[in-house]
Design a protein around this ligand. Structure first.
Ligand code: PEP
Ligand code: MG
Length: 909
């Protein structure tokens, strides 16, 4: 007996038995689509009858040199007979014809495979039978011509426009605008002309014998597995070439057989808000494509309740059945044929981030899924999305109906952006940065010297390129919504305009770009800011807190940011960069005075003058973070950052000297000379401080050791502020952190200095406070000697920004707008190490530091405060390494809470 090549939809058990039970292998055998249809039948969903020709049959067909395997055709005809019995229709019977659809269906959904052929079984006899049965020549010939058109283009590769030309001409001659206005006679004439088109291009008659149609369509599916597009796609997506495709044959159902028929699409819950309410559109007396084509106004599904109450009730039952079975919101397609509901397809529905959160939470509360599953269903990037504007869904719908959709491309960087079109980077920069306009940069593709324009834009569009193109990588890097590979878009850089079909957009016109869906619209579309106080998000994050073991802290320098971080759930401040406080307008002169001082007493004066400012800053932070730890890092950047830069100083000085030569009178000369002297003094100091590699120079702990008074002042400000808040009744938990340590002696020196000063302040204030002392781990030497550092540190915080720079010897600021993107485009680096921790290099140093640090001091607290602390994959690594907490920007705190929970769940599996 030959192998079973064909399975009817109700033979899922047999297929499972054959492959040994695993669902994955059932999908390999029957293809994703076929397996799903069979599963729907098993759970009692009304699915049109059909059968599946297996992927094994496809592989056998190809290995036999394109010959059907023995036994396949007999099995196929037996299955067809069974379908005829169940439907009461007969394949090829002129009086009561059974018509079929034929689809490809590999294990994974795969563009590039053969498209669907509908209405197989139509011919000159069955068309007449159908007219006699339905009394509707228009419908019957429309079905027939669709078969010839699909068969011609899909199976025989005739260009589709050859058929479309006939329809366009027929409409023109009939003086009508839409297809629906054509009569039965028109479609009959079109059908005849289609046969001619078919003969002209293939040199064969259109096959009118139903079984011949079925066989040719089936073989075309098999052959499409080895088509160039399919092979290219598999290579790109990493899908094995030996899987083969299944063929799914399904009885056709018609929604256009009168007012008791119809067709529609629905989501089992709202895809916009996530509300538990079926949402959908349908059309009475219509074909499937009519709903999506947008030619006729669709009706809201609620109207079906009035129009066909029994069908509506059945639909609600089936929707629940599907949702309960798949345990997720479903996106379904259905057709009603003469009062009977049929489901054609179901899949997990697309949803906004708010809907994703609400659906996950609701389903967990309904008991459909567990809390862990709810947490695993909401990816951290969706949470991130709560903080970005999104297009209003009604506005998008209206734009679609008003023909505002300009084009569609690859959705490479999510988010919504609205702005005027700028066709080159310089203009985007000028409009965006200098004139404050909202700009969308549109280019054929982008290159490294376009980055300044991209940064100044709200969003980016390119007509060429794929998911790893320069534009896509830069956009994702900087969080700019982007759509690339918009093939239909013709960018004319001479006439400064974009053309898509008949639509023209001039430079300076508004467009709206949806990086989430890849759609580009004409004009401005309203955006809205999602709500962080969303009750479902709050609940989901509270569940995340139950599962996570990592603490989530925030990097904040000012009380307002700290307050926001607390509101978002931060459990401490993991990094306060004190130098940011020095940059403020009224403080900068004091900082400059301190740096420029020639005598020690002048420097001490300037440093002292800074004390009240710093104290005030810290007081605010301690008040907001009452009861929670606050890590304050002593000054870090090189001093030249506080001084005017060398080039502009030199220019200003030479300007002054020119003015001096033309000074009109003595008073002016005196004044100018004074200015020259000041500038010269600053310049000479800048020259002294100038370093070839400032990032590797006098910065971090080296600065505190170079100017001990600076450390003393900062420590005094911290402890005085802490005493003040403690006296108010506050619970203060200061932690003082030293940056960029590389040798244990640096730490030792700082610690002695700091402890002496702290003690002094506490005696003055009459209070004894607890505070912690720790260091950042930002250079490889610190990681490798963590056992020594741990003798003097109660905590470590990984500064992975610098640790990545120092491990790779890459300057982040220079590289990210330069060669780093090139490295990613060419796949030299798989990911940007400044975005996701480099697991093998930086991650390994962290692992060593954790191990060595804990060996010396098992109670040492370990955290991370580099930007990676807010990135999901890096958070998972931190969990694995056993850190105590991650610290990130306040806006990323919710994301980090979720990512930490997911890491814990994943690790516990
Ligand atoms: C770091 O290097 O990771 C860090 C947090 O310090 P900064 O970014 O201030 O250099
Ligand atoms: Mg650093």
């Amino acid at each position: 007996m030959s192998k079973q090549w064909v399975y009817r939809f109700n033979e899922l058990d047999a297929a499972e038995e054959y492959v040994g039970g695993s669902w994955d292998r059932v999908r390999s055998l029957l293809g994703g689509k076929g397996a799903n249809l069979a599963e729907m039948v098993r759970i009692g969903v009304p699915v049109p009858d059909g059968f599946i020709i297996t992927t094994e049959a496809c592989n056998e067909y190809l290995s036999l040199g394109e010959r059907l395997p023995d036994g396949l055709w007999e099995q196929l005809t037996t299955s067809l007979k069974a379908m005829e019995a169940s439907t009461g229709k007969t394949f090829g019977d002129p009086k009561n014809p059974l018509l079929l659809s034929c689809r490809s269906g590999a294990k994974f959904s795969m563009p590039g495979m053969m498209d669907t052929v509908l209405n197989i079984g139509m011919n000159d006899d069955t068309v007449k039978g159908l007219i006699a049965k339905t009394g509707d020549a228009r419908v019957a010939y429309d079905l027939y011509r669709r078969l010839i058109q699909m068969f011609g283009s899909v199976v025989m590769h005739i260009p589709d426009d050859k058929f479309e030309e006939v329809i366009t001409r027929t409409k023109r001659e009939a003086g009508v605008k839409s297809d629906t206005e054509l009569t039965g006679d028109h479609w009959m004439a079109v059908t005849e002309e289609f046969k001619n088109v078919f003969r002209f291009h293939t040199h064969h008659q259109f096959p009118t014998e139903p079984y011949a149609q079925l066989q040719m369509a089936t073989e075309a599916v098999f052959m499409s597995w080895n088509g160039k597009r399919a092979i290219d796609y598999r290579n790109a997506a990493g899908i094995a070439h030996d899987l083969g495709t299944a063929v799914t044959i399904v009885a056709m159902i018609y929604g256009n057989l009168g007012d008791d028929s119809g067709t529609g699409v629905a989501l089992t819950r709202s895809g916009t808000t996530g509300e538990k309410r079926i949402e959908g559109d349908y059309l009475t007396n219509a074909q499937g494509e009519d709903v999506v084509a947008g030619i006729r106004m669709t009706k809201d599904l609620s109207e079906l309740k009035v129009e066909m109450p029994a069908v509506h009730a059945e639909f609600e039952r089936v929707a629940m059945l599907l949702e309960n079975h798949y345990r997720d919101m479903q996106d379904v397609e259905f057709t009603i044929e003469k009062g009977k509901l049929w489901m054609l397809q179901t899949r997990d529905g697309k949803r906004t981030s708010q809907a994703a959160v609400r659906i996950a939470v609701d389903m967990a509360e309904e008991g459909l899924i567990t809390k862990e599953e709810a947490l695993m269903r909401v990816t951290p990037d969706l949470i991130d999305f709560f903080f970005h504007p999104q297009f209003d869904s009604q506005a998008i719908k209206d734009a679609g109906l008003n023909n505002k959709l300009l084009a569609k491309g690859l959705n490479v960087s999510p988010g919504a952006a609205v702005g005027v079109v700028a066709l080159d980077a310089d203009l985007a920069h000028l409009w965006g940065k200098e004139e404050g306009k909202k700009v969308i940069m549109v280019r054929p593709e982008t290159r490294p010297d376009d980055v300044h324009g991209m940064l100044a834009s709200q969003g980016i569009v390119t007509s060429r390129g794929g998911r790893t193109s320069h534009a896509a990588l830069v956009a994702r890097q900087f969080g700019k919504p982007a759509v690339v590979g918009v093939d239909d878009m013709d960018i004319d850089l001479t006439r400064r305009q974009i053309t898509v079909g008949s639509k023209i957009v001039k430079e300076g016109d508004y467009i709206s770009v949806d990086g989430t869906t890849g759609e580009i619209f004409l004009g401005k579309i309203e955006t809205k800011q999602p709500d962080i106080k969303d009750e479902w998000l709050i609940k989901l994050l509270s569940w995340a807190d139950e599962f996570r073991t990592l603490g989530v802290w925030a990097n904040s320098d000012y009380p307002v940011d700290a307050a926001r971080a607390r509101e978002y759930g931060a459990e401490g401040i993991g990094l306060c960069r004190t130098e940011h406080m020095f940059m403020q307008a009224e403080r900068l002169p004091l900082v400059q005075q301190m740096i420029l001082a020639e005598m020690e007493v002048q420097r001490t004066e300037a440093i002292k003058a800074l004390l009240p400012f710093q104290r005030e800053d810290f007081t605010g932070l301690f008040r907001v973070m009452n009861g929670l730890p606050v890590v304050i890092r002593l000054i870090d950047p090189p001093l030249h950052e506080f001084l005017p830069d060398h080039v502009s100083l030199t220019r200003e000085l030479s300007d002054l000297k020119i003015q001096l030569q033309h000074a009109p009178h003595l008073e002016a000369i005196d004044d100018l000379l004074k200015q020259v002297r000041v500038k010269e003094k600053v310049l000479s100091r800048v020259e002294v401080l100038r370093e070839d590699n400032p990032m590797l120079g006098l910065r971090g702990v080296r600065l505190g050791n170079h100017f001990p008074d600076l450390t003393r002042m900062q420590v005094r400000a911290i402890i005085e502020a802490a005493c003040l808040v403690a006296k108010e009744g506050g619970d203060v938990r200061p932690e003082i952190m030293i940056p960029l340590t590389s040798h244990v002696n640096e730490l030792k020196f700082q610690r002695e200095l700091l402890e002496t000063e702290a003690k002094k302040v506490m005696v003055e204030q009459g209070i004894k406070l607890n505070y912690k002392f720790g260091t950042m781990i930002e250079v490889p030497r610190a990681a490798l000697t963590a056992d020594q550092l741990a003798e003097y540190a109660e905590f470590f915080s990984f500064g992975t920004n610098d640790l990545t720079q120092t491990t790779y010897a890459i300057s982040r600021d220079d590289a990210e707008s330069g060669f780093l993107i090139e490295y990613m485009v060419h796949g030299i680096l798989p990911e940007n190490p400044f975005e996701t921790i480099d697991h093998d290099g930086v991650g390994e140093l962290m692992r060593i530091a954790v191990e060595k640090g804990r060996k010396t001091n098992p109670d040492i607290k370990l955290g991370i405060c580099g930007e990676h602390g807010g990135e999901a994959k890096s958070i998972a690594l931190c969990h694995k390494l056993g850190l105590n907490y991650v610290s990130c920007s306040p806006f990323r705190v919710p994301l980090a809470r979720l990512a930490a929970a997911r890491a814990a769940i994943e690790a516990g599996k």
